[in-house]
Design a protein around this ligand. Structure first.
Ligand code: 2AM
Ligand code: CA
Length: 275
């Protein structure tokens, strides 16, 4: 059954990805959500609608939590998630992760689709339409990129690690927390990237292009698929204090496992966990 879930998710992600590829850099912004930096375009909405249609055609009894079906802001997201968590099968959909990149024509936009069974993610798909890379994980069955098995990187030390983070949409407390983390980690690692898509960063941790990733104040749809990819690729995913990943986690650390404790220790020392 997991195979069928994954196949339907991949097909939906590909269809949504075609829209992204056709419209990147050209879509009309249809609004700002909470501020000038919280963007939504007509393509976010079209992409979500395509994905909903595909998923419900295959699994009419399943529930869907999609970013564009939820009111803007951290609190509304957390409330929508807690309401949805009672569903037996819940699809968690980000129709474009990296909308800011999408609006500016900067490569780094993905489609992220996860399926949770009683609150546990069992399938995760992240599709990068610009590089035509399909990342797929099924619980206890490994992680794949375009059909090839992937695994996390082998760095044991922060010193030789390539990390990634993201700049939170929230310009207040979350941005300050993030800046403290960057200031503390950047002298200790090889370098830090911020490509603008949390899902892409998680997929890159899973396939070993990044050693680790952390970010403050993300939503369930940014993280659900990628968290399973990293776990199934042999990595570790927790919140920024080291507690196990659940769908409710908003402050994330995902690594190859070897550098996990060091990364969290530095964030804690720098008051960069968000807690
Ligand atoms: P999104 O494109 O789906 O909004 C980048 O740091 C990550 O944070 C992305 O995964 C992005 O997802 C998410 N994010 C949420 N709100 C944001 C905002 N207002 N501005 C930029 N990124 C935001
Ligand atoms: Ca989005």
């Amino acid at each position: 059954m997991y195979d069928r879930f994954a196949a339907v998710a991949e097909a939906a992600a590909r269809e949504a990805g075609n829209l992204i590829r056709e419209r990147i850099g050209q879509a009309r912004e249809v609004g700002e959500k909470t501020s000038k930096v919280d963007l939504v375009t007509e393509v976010d909405k079209q992409s979500e609608s395509v994905i909903r249609t595909e998923l419900l055609a295959a699994f009419p009894e399943h529930k869907i939590l999609g970013e564009e079906g939820v009111a803007p802001g951290s609190q509304a997201s957390a409330e929508a998630l807690s309401k949805a968590l009672s569903a037996e099968y819940l699809w968690i959909v980000d129709p474009i992760d990296g909308t800011t990149n999408f609006v500016h024509g900067y490569p780094g936009c993905t489609v992220s689709i996860a399926l949770a069974h009683r609150g546990e993610v069992i399938v995760g798909v992240i599709y990068d339409p610009l590089r035509d890379e399909m990342f797929t994980a099924r619980r206890n069955a490994g992680a794949y990129r375009n059909g090839q098995r992937i695994s996390v990187s082998k760095e044991y030390d922060l010193q030789v690690s390539l990390l990634a983070t993201g700049f939170p949409g929230d310009r207040g407390w979350a941005r300050d927390v993030n800046m403290r983390g960057i200031a503390a980690l950047s002298p200790l690692c090889r370098n830090i990237r911020a490509a603008g898509s949390a899902a892409l960063h998680l997929a890159y941790v899973a396939c070993g292009r990044l050693s680790g990733f952390w970010e403050i104040d993300l939503n369930a749809w940014d993280l659900a698929a990628g968290s399973l990819l990293v776990q199934e690729a042999g990595g570790e995913v927790t919140d920024t204090e080291g507690d196990p990943y659940t769908l409710e986690v908003r402050h994330i650390v995902a690594t190859n496992g070897h550098i996990h404790d060091d990364l969290i220790r530095v964030l804690k020392q720098a008051d960069g966990t968000g807690f």
